[in-house]
Structure formats: structure tokens, C-alpha cells
Design a binder for this molecule. Structure first.
Ligand code: CA
Length: 662
């Protein structure tokens, strides 16, 4: 038995080595013309497939169904590529490719580099990209979001395109579409602004949109379908279900550009949520039909590894996958004027690729915003020290990671519905929140042994960290509070919610809000609503009327953050010089001073110092304070107020005090 096991292990090992060896001998194509190069007089198609012995291009008149009008044998060309040149105008035609590998024809698939497709992304389309530009697109510019456009000046708002306007009360004409988010002047029943106007009114700087590349889970031939879209099919094509006509590849491109243009015209930047870590399909994906195995990592037995829990994980460390990712993000920036990327399960990708992407994109757009999830959803065969996981954040250049330490420090673990956080009465989470306040940097006053997840600081600067309390994943904040503190009254829960968002918006790092949290959005306790439809996911604009008071407070906190540079410190030294935690003698109360003197000289700030007090306990507290202060209300220092020696702080209250230049 033992010998048989050893023999099997040897076979598994040698096949993995074979697989790796086979990939290494594939030549890397260096050109930048993969996919289609179109002019009215010719279309040149170039597909990379070193193992193929033949390659076919099929031309169709429609995007789905029917038979091919023409089949063209592609010619073997340099560095493992296959080329077909058609010397006539192919505009509006659709095409697929298929490779013959080991004497067998594979499936017809889309060109991975396709920039337009027909319905459901089944066939690529020949288009003239210039014809997809809306009026004035040449003049479209990304708006400034601060005087220097630094990452720490950003305030991110995470939003799903359909959720934003699908509700009856959104007032939008194109509900659930790209165009719905491009509409201005939309209002709810009470006359309060919705959609794009609402986001502008809130004062955030960047709208981070859940996936809008072409994904698999929504049938574009039907209406009323719902999915978050974390299942990519055509990486360089917009999703058809967000357009008014998914059958013609140009419509979705034009309408997406119109939406981005509208955001830019209204002072907002656009972050694209990208999912290069896996593909919706595995064996039958276009990647795998054209170059079997190459774009994915393998387990020792040669089977697909699965660090994404979605059936496969891509291999960013392999030259042509790295090239694909790089060219894809560059394309979105150049063609669509995208202002930032959020990398899903970035911990799957290798650090070298992420830094190459960052260097390249920063050369094109110096103030681009890059961040990602510094974790995976399963084990990866690629060594952790080479991957872009949270603990390696300091090795990433110009890329931030999400801080789950402060997220769960504030509201409790996302893996345990009943677990509470600092804002919901779990005083043991105090140190995790303090670690988040200093943006996961080394700080002498943080006791790392009491921090929930990280045992060492991992950031190199505040720009290295996304500070948040919630996102689309897991229970939304308002639901998490209700589920973990079932005995609390609505008024008490509102205080907790406000405390949580106040911590996020006053802490160092890059703050991140989930859409609708500013007016207590609920998903009715549904913790994974990715396919749960509009009834769970739609943003109900009536809530803005109901919870107007909280919305106005969040507006004032955002405005305060933008007004005072000390909330947006740019390096480790400034954070350590400016933030002093003060001992309140009460577990569950955080008090710190934020020295603003530096900004008085450099930015003419009229605040000299700020005192933040967060009472996470269930009791009112009387806190002894140093010096003399003004109360801050709605983001403004109340010049008539005077607070000395002691102050009463209600349960779950966030109190902000300031010393102001006379
Ligand atoms: Ca799709």
C-alpha cells in the first residue's frame, strides 16, 4: 500500500511539474495588438494559443443563434499567436474563435481581449470604438477631489448600479441602468434628491461601483434579473443588463461612458470593482479553451486550485495572465476614464503584478485610487509571502488594503451574527478600533496583543489602508446591529450606527461607506444578498426622508473631514506626532487628541486641536478632560460653547471637541 501511495504521489508530482514545464516553454507575446485591430478597410484578429495546431475565426451577423456566415483559418504567427486579416469593412459583425489542441477542436469562445460583445457576451463584436463616445467625451476630465488629490483625501461610496435607481421612489427614468445613474434632478416623494444628486449632496469623492464588466449570472435576454456580478466572462466589455439594449455591443459602451461623464461633470470620480482572481467558467472559459490550464493555478495533482471558492483561481504570476490584467486595467482607464480599481480577493494575486499595475497606472493617471481585499477565500498553492495579502500591505506601492481589524472592531465579527463590536457594547474591542484609528500603523499606545486579527501593524502609510465598518458582503451595518443587540430600542441602535460611522469618518486611512448606510439602509437580515433580487437589495429612497437627521449628520462629518487636513494625515510620522490617546480609566471609552497645529501653518486651518471621545459603553460617562474646548456640532465648532475639566458623554455617543484659533 505504501509503495502504491508513493507511486501515485510521484505521478501527481510529475504531472504538476509537467504542467508547469509546459507553460514555461510557451512563448510570451510582447505586442499590444492582441484581439481585434479594426479599421474600415481591414480587421486584424490576433489570438494567443501556443498549444494549438490550428485556429478558426467564425463570423456571424447576429450575436446569438444562427449559423456562421464565414469560417476563416487563422495563420500561425509570432510568439504563439494566430492571425487572421480580413480586408473589408466588418463593422457590426460578430465573431468567435476556436482552437484545435491535441487533435481536438475546442469550443467556440469569445476573444479574451474582446471590447464589445452581443447579448450575454457569447460572441465578440467588431465595432469602431470612436462611434461609442457620447457628445463632449473628448473633453471629459476627472474632477479634482482635493487640492492635491491624495489617496487619503478620498471618501469612497460603494454602490451597485441597479440598487441605486431600481426603487419606484428613485424618480429615475432609466431605473437600474447605467443611464439611471447619469440622471440629475431626480427626487423621492418628499422632494429629497436621489441617485447621482444624492451622492453629490453627501460629499463623497469616489463612487465605487460593484462589477460592471460583462458577467455571467444575469440573462441579458430577460428583465428583472439580479446579481452582484462577481462572475466575470468578458473582462473588457461592459455588462449588458445595465444597458438599454444588450444586443448591440455599442449601446452598453456608450451608456457606460455617459454615466461616467455625468459623474465627472458632478465632481465625482469612479472606481471600478474588478475580479481578475477567477473566471465564472473554468474548463469552458475562453482562457481555458484557448490555452488549457495556463491562466489558472493548479494543485499538486494538476487539478484547478481554488483560493477564490469559485472553482478556480487565476495565475497572475504567469507572463500572459499578468499582461492580460495590466492591459485590461490600462484599457479601462484610457477608454472609459476610470479613476480607480478595487481588486476583489487581491490576496490571490502576486505582489509583483500588483505593483506593476500600480506603477503603470500611476504613470497614466497619477492620482488613480487603487485598493483591494488583502485576503483569499481558500488556500492557494502560490506562496503567501509573494501574494498581495493584508500582512504584506507595506510591500504594495500605491495600493491600499481593507482593514477588517477596524471593520469588525467597530461592529463585531462578520463570521458570527451575534458577536458585537465597540459600537455595540463589546468593550474588549477597544484596542482594535484604536489600531484602526491610526490606520494600522505602528503606534506606541496600541497594545497589539489586544487587537482582534492582526498581531503586528501592517501599513506603511495611511494611504495603505481602507477604513470601514461594512461593505456589500455580510450583514449591512444597520442589520448587524439589530441582529447582535436584539434588546436595544431603535433609538439606541441609531446611536450605535452613528457612532460606527463617526469612527469611520474621523479615523486615519481612506474612509469607505456602503451606499444607503447614511439613512439606515436594511437588507432585512440577509447576509449574502448577491442573488436576492431588488426586494432585498434596492436602495429605498423613502428611507432618506425617514432618517433625514442621520443623513444630515453624515453630510456634516464628511464636510468636516474635508475641511481639516488632520483627519487625512499622509504619513506615519504625522500620525504618531498628532494622535495621543488619553486614559479615561473606563474600559470601552476611547479618547484621543488630534493635534492640528501643523495644518494651521500649512493650510490655514483655524482648528488647533481636536478631542475625540467615543463612548462604546452602555452607560453615561463623566470624562475628565485636559484644557479648554469648544463643542463641535454638525461639523462646526460652537464658538459660544466652553467645556473645561469634565464632560458628560451619553451611551454610544461620539463627542467631538475642538480648540479654535481666536
Ligand atoms: Ca453579462
Amino acid at each position: 500500500m505504501k509503495q502504491l501511495w508513493m507511486l501515485m504521489a510521484w505521478f501527481a508530482f510529475s504531472s504538476a511539474v509537467d504542467a508547469q514545464y509546459k507553460f514555461d516553454v510557451y512563448p510570451t507575446y510582447k505586442g499590444n495588438d492582441l484581439g481585434l485591430t479594426y479599421t474600415p478597410t481591414s480587421s486584424v484578429f490576433r489570438i494567443w494559443s501556443p498549444p494549438a495546431s490550428a485556429m478558426e475565426l467564425k463570423l456571424y451577423e447576429i450575436g446569438m443563434g444562427g449559423v456562421a456566415k464565414e469560417t476563416i483559418q487563422m495563420q500561425k504567427s509570432e510568439s504563439g499567436t494566430w492571425v487572421a486579416v480580413v480586408n473589408r469593412d466588418l463593422k457590426s459583425m460578430f465573431y468567435t474563435v476556436r482552437a484545435k489542441i491535441n487533435d481536438r477542436w475546442g469550443n467556440e469562445v469569445t476573444d479574451p481581449y474582446a471590447r464589445a460583445t452581443g447579448i450575454n457576451g457569447q460572441r465578440a463584436q467588431v465595432i469602431d470604438l470612436k462611434e461609442t463616445n457620447p457628445v463632449g467625451w473628448e473633453k471629459d476630465q476627472s474632477p479634482n477631489f482635493s487640492d492635491q488629490n491624495l489617496p487619503t483625501d478620498a471618501i469612497i461610496y460603494e454602490l451597485h448600479i441597479r440598487d441605486a435607481t431600481i426603487d419606484e421612489e428613485s424618480g429615475a427614468k432609466h431605473k437600474g441602468k447605467f443611464l439611471g445613474l447619469a440622471e440629475t434632478g431626480t427626487k423621492n416623494k418628499a422632494g429629497l434628491s436621489t441617485g447621482l444628486d444624492h451622492i453629490k449632496e453627501l460629499g463623497v469623492t469616489h463612487v465605487h461601483l460593484l462589477p460592471f464588466y460583462d458577467y455571467n449570472s444575469v440573462d441579458e435576454t430577460k428583465t428583472g434579473q439580479y446579481n452582484w456580478g462577481y462572475d466575470p466572462v468578458n473582462y473588457n466589455v461592459p455588462e449588458g443588463s445595465y444597458s438599454t439594449d444588450a444586443s448591440d455591443g455599442r449601446t452598453r459602451i456608450r451608456e457606460l461612458k455617459q454615466m461616467i461623464q455625468a459623474f465627472h461633470q458632478n465632481g465625482l470620480r469612479v472606481v471600478m470593482d474588478v475580479v481578475y482572481n477567477h473566471t465564472a467558467l473554468t474548463e469552458t472559459s475562453n482562457f481555458n479553451q484557448l490555452v488549457p490550464g495556463y491562466y489558472y493555478r493548479q494543485k499538486p495533482d494538476g487539478s484547478f486550485s481554488d483560493a477564490t471558492a469559485c472553482g478556480n483561481e487565476t495565475a497572475s504570476e504567469r507572463a500572459m495572465m499578468r499582461k492580460f490584467m495590466l492591459e485590461s486595467v490600462v484599457y479601462w482607464v484610457k477608454e472609459y476614464h476610470i479613476d480607480g480599481f478595487r481588486f476583489d480577493l487581491m490576496g490571490v494575486h502576486d505582489i509583483q503584478t500588483m505593483n506593476l499595475i500600480s506603477d503603470t497606472l500611476h504613470k497614466i493617471k497619477p492620482d488613480i485610487l487603487l485598493y483591494g481585499e488583502g485576503w483569499t477565500a481558500g488556500a492557494s498553492p502560490y506562496p503567501e509571502e509573494k501574494r498581495a495579502v493584508k500582512k504584506n500591505a507595506h510591500l504594495l506601492k500605491g495600493i491600499a488594503v481593507f482593514s477588517d481589524d477596524i471593520r469588525d472592531g467597530i461592529k463585531g465579527s462578520v463570521f458570527d451574527i451575534k458577536d458585537r463590536g465597540f459600537a455595540t457594547g463589546k468593550t474588549a474591542n477597544t484596542e482594535s478600533v484604536k489600531f484602526g484609528i491610526v490606520a494600522s500603523l505602528p503606534h506606541l499606545q496600541i497594545d497589539m496583543s489586544k487587537v482582534n486579527y492582526s498581531k503586528e501593524p501592517y501599513a506603511s502609510s495611511p494611504a495603505n489602508v481602507i477604513t470601514y465598518a461594512e461593505c456589500h458582503d455580510n450583514n449591512i451595518l444597520w442589520d448587524k446591529i439589530a441582529l447582535s443587540v436584539p434588546g436595544a430600542s431603535e433609538e439606541e441602535r441609531k446611536k450605535m450606527h452613528e457612532l460606527a460611522l463617526t469612527i469611520v469618518l474621523t479615523s486615519q486611512g481612506i474612509p469607505f461607506l456602503h451606499a444607503g448606510s447614511e439613512f439606515l439602509r436594511s437588507k432585512f437580515g440577509e447576509e449574502n444578498s448577491y442573488n436576492k433580487g431588488d426586494s432585498v437589495n434596492a436602495i429605498r429612497w423613502g428611507l432618506k426622508t425617514k432618517n433625514k437627521e442621520l443623513h444630515e449628520k453624515i453630510v456634516s462629518l464628511i464636510s468636516m473631514r474635508k475641511e481639516h487636513g488632520a483627519f487625512r494625515l499622509t504619513n506615519n510620522r504625522l500620525v504618531n506626532n498628532s494622535i495621543r490617546f488619553l486614559d479615561t480609566q473606563i474600559e470601552g471609552v476611547i479618547m484621543y487628541t488630534l493635534d492640528m497645529e501643523y495644518f494651521r501653518w500649512t493650510k490655514k486651518d483655524t482648528w488647533l486641536n481636536c478631542l475625540m471621545i467615543f463612548n462604546g459603553t452602555n452607560n453615561p460617562q463623566t470624562i475628565t478632560i485636559p484644557g479648554e474646548w469648544k463643542l463641535v456640532s454638525m461639523g462646526k465648532a460652537q464658538t459660544n460653547s466652553r467645556v473645561v475639566k469634565q464632560i458628560g458623554v451619553k451611551p454610544k455617543e461620539a463627542m467631538i471637541l475642538a480648540q479654535v484659533l481666536d
